[in-house]
Design a binder for this molecule. Structure first.
Ligand code: WT7
Length: 651
């Protein structure tokens, strides 16, 4: 017997089978897809590729695999924008709404598939007029406005490669990504609305472009109408370009393995990696997963993914999957508390949203704001709820289930990564009996295993999450850095893709994601997952959010430091902090009890909502802060430092 790699302290026994009423209308309600894929994985994906996608030329070979390089649907020719737009219009569905878009100030736009096709075609011709050719890289730095998917689809139409940079990133981060990809054109907007005020997107571009040399043209969408600087000859208004552009832009025939996009993901320290996604395999897996994981009924559903398109979640589940599947979506520009804390629930009610897809960090924020906010609205249109981005603690899962889902909506906890392109481990809502906090099982056609330090499979218990077979939407590499691709993902456990996450498998075979292994704490030789301790902390009624880190400790190696945000009604005291420590001890055992509980007003997060534990470790160990370019709010760390200096409830 090998030593457990990551110890397992928490057991969750609640099980939620799909409700019979849901199952009765579900696309799949039995194991047929799992069985088909297990019997013939490549045949299964070939069927999905042919059913969900229109090919100009059928593929000859399903998969060519030479570790770590995969080619899917070899010989196939297709165009992603044709699949997302033209074919729906050709089939007579041009008047169907593609996006119900809502700006933060309350302005709205309704965009049909026919309108989207027309605008994409005109903008694709505009890009050509700026000298963008097949294979060129185009950087996109935009708010959540319809011109963002238009820009992506226009690139896909002419075979250019887009690199979307999240609109919350700094000029430095934008410049790094432009330089790495050697982007030719940059598409942006004057700004976008966030929490009532316009963001300085164009101004940030001007700063970034002082440190780049590849950009020959900048396209600017007018959104906020704020004053901006203008560089004649380089800058072009979007509306001027498309006004004069022809609507006739035949889609390029792309090879299945042609590059569709780059999306940069930051490691914990090193320079961002340009994750490469290609055409046929990517579209197949995002279309398949979007259809079956959300139980899509495209004629009646109004689907809403509340992420930002700047993250992979938006690429795969706001743009490519849903449009390929011809569904109607909601797209929202702003923050969930503008003008009130019920903005999301108001949107769900007004558009009759049927699927809502969001992140655990958002759900915990909604919990903190209280159930009276969703209670102001009729949420009975909802059928399926999704989560993504980090482990969801059982309490947040239960809250989502009860106060948003009315106890009747299956929750799909979808584990995947920028690198995986699409869902990998997730329930199917009409099939899987869910357990709060577990992403459950690999999607049909994908294969995951947990292994120990030596790379041996763990059947029950904790370890490292690996993927054992290539999958259609897998990354094809890191732009310009094949060695790093091999080293980061394929070297740790020979023959396997290493995801960088810890996970455990329970007696029933359910997979529980334990968070990034860089975050695992080592206390007196016990490896404890941050996710489990955080989950136990937020289980205490006074705690709204929590982050834990292991800080160097002379006796125990590391000691657990817990940073917690209290719920609205609770106030901090020595007694409360002690009670919270004991609560963890009771739930997980004394080894997992935090040495210190520090009450903070907020936690340092990336703009995608991931807690930056690295910064908390810097604070806990009294170091200067490392790279903070992806931090959403700089002042948070200062405040935490101040609280920590004030003294805490130590043993
Ligand atoms: C990392 C990938 C996938 C789109 C958004 C994030 C964590 C993601 C889950 C989940 C537990 C999750 C993992 C993963 N993660 N989904 N359902 N349960 N953890 O994409 O920025 O590439 O991050 O997010 O740690 O490795 P990303």
């Amino acid at each position: 017997m090998s030593e457990p790699t990551i110890e397992n302290y928490y057991t969750e026994n609640r099980v939620f089978p799909p409700p019979p009423e849901f199952q009765a209308q579900a696309l799949v309600s039995d194991n047929s897809l799992y069985e088909e894929a297990a019997a013939d994985r490549l045949g299964f994906w070939a069927r999905q590729a042919r059913e969900l996608i229109t090919w100009y030329r059928d593929f000859d070979t399903v998969l060519e695999w030479e570790l770590p390089y995969a080619k899917w649907f070899v010989g196939g020719k297709l165009n992603v924008s044709y699949n997302c737009l033209d074919r729906h219009v050709e089939a007579g569905r041009g008047d169907k709404v593609a996006y119900h878009w809502e700006g933060e100030p309350g302005d709205t736009r309704t965009i049909t598939y026919a309108e989207l096709l027309s605008e994409v075609s005109r903008f694709a011709n505009s890009l050509k007029s700026l000298g963008v050719n097949r294979g060129d890289r185009v950087a996109i730095y935009m708010p959540m406005i319809p011109e963002l998917p238009v820009a992506m689809l226009a690139c896909a139409r002419i075979g250019a490669v887009h690199s979307v940079v999240f609109g919350g990133f700094s000029p430095d981060a934008l410049a790094d990504r432009i330089n790495d990809a050697e982007a030719k054109v940059l598409i942006t907007a004057d700004g976008g609305f966030r929490r009532g005020s316009p963001s300085p997107l164009k101004a940030n571009c001007d700063v970034a472009l002082a440190n780049t040399s590849s950009i020959t043209g900048v396209v600017v969408v007018r959104r906020t109408e704020q004053d901006i600087d203008w560089t004649e000859g380089r800058d072009h208004w979007y509306h001027d370009l498309i006004d004069g552009a022809s609507e006739d832009c035949p889609p390029e025939e792309m090879d299945s393995e042609d590059l569709l996009y780059l999306l940069y993901t930051s490691g914990t320290t090193a320079k961002p990696k340009g994750i490469m996604h290609t055409t046929g395999g990517y579209l197949t897996q995002v279309a398949f997963s979007h259809k079956y994981v959300f139980d899509l009924h495209p004629d009646t559903d109004v689907y809403w993914c509340a992420a930002d398109i700047g993250w992979v979640t938006g690429h795969s589940y706001i743009v490519y999957g849903p449009l390929n599947n011809g569904c109607t979506q909601v797209m929202y520009e702003g923050t969930p508390d503008t003008p009130g804390r019920d903005r999301l629930w108001d949107i769900v009610e007004r558009y009759g949203v049927t699927q809502l897809y969001t992140a655990p960090t958002a759900i915990r924020t909604f919990m903190k704001w209280g159930e009276q906010e969703p209670a102001k609205h009729d949420l009975s249109s909802l059928r399926v709820l999704g989560t993504v981005g980090e482990p969801i603690n059982p309490e947040a899962w239960m809250w989502y289930h009860e106060y948003i889902g009315g106890g009747r909506c299956p929750i799909v906890d979808t584990w995947w990564q920028t690198e995986t392109g699409g869902h990998m481990i997730t329930p199917l809502p009409g099939v899987t009996a869910t357990k709060p906090g577990s992403a459950t099982f690999p999607l049909p056609g994908t294969t995951a295993e947990v292994v120990d330090d030596a790379g041996n499979r763990v059947d029950v218990g904790g370890g490292y999450l690996t993927i054992t077979e290539p999958w259609p939407s897998m990354l094809r590499g890191i732009w310009g850095d094949p060695e790093r691709y091999m080293e980061t993902y394929w070297s740790e456990y020979p023959g396997r893709y290493f995801a960088g996450d810890g996970a455990k498998i329970d007696e029933d075979g359910y997979i529980w994601i334990l968070g990034r292994v860089d975050d695992v704490m080592n206390v007196s030789g016990h490896r404890i997952s941050t996710a489990e301790v955080e989950s136990a902390l937020v289980d205490h009624p006074a705690v709204a959010e929590a982050a834990v880190v292991g800080a160097a400790d002379a006796t125990t190696g590391q000691a657990i430091i817990a940073y917690v945000i209290l719920r609205g009604t609770a106030t901090t005291s020595d007694e409360l902090r002690e009670e919270i420590r004991q609560h963890v001890s009771k739930k997980l055992g004394p080894i997992a009890r935090p040495r210190v509980v520090i009450v903070v007003p907020d936690l340092p997060k990336t703009r995608s909502g991931k807690i930056m534990r690295r910064l908390l470790r810097d604070v806990a160990e009294g170091r200067a802060l490392g790279d903070t370019t992806t931090l959403a709010d700089e002042s948070v760390v200062e405040e935490i430092r101040r609280r920590e200096a004030e003294g805490t409830a130590e043993d």
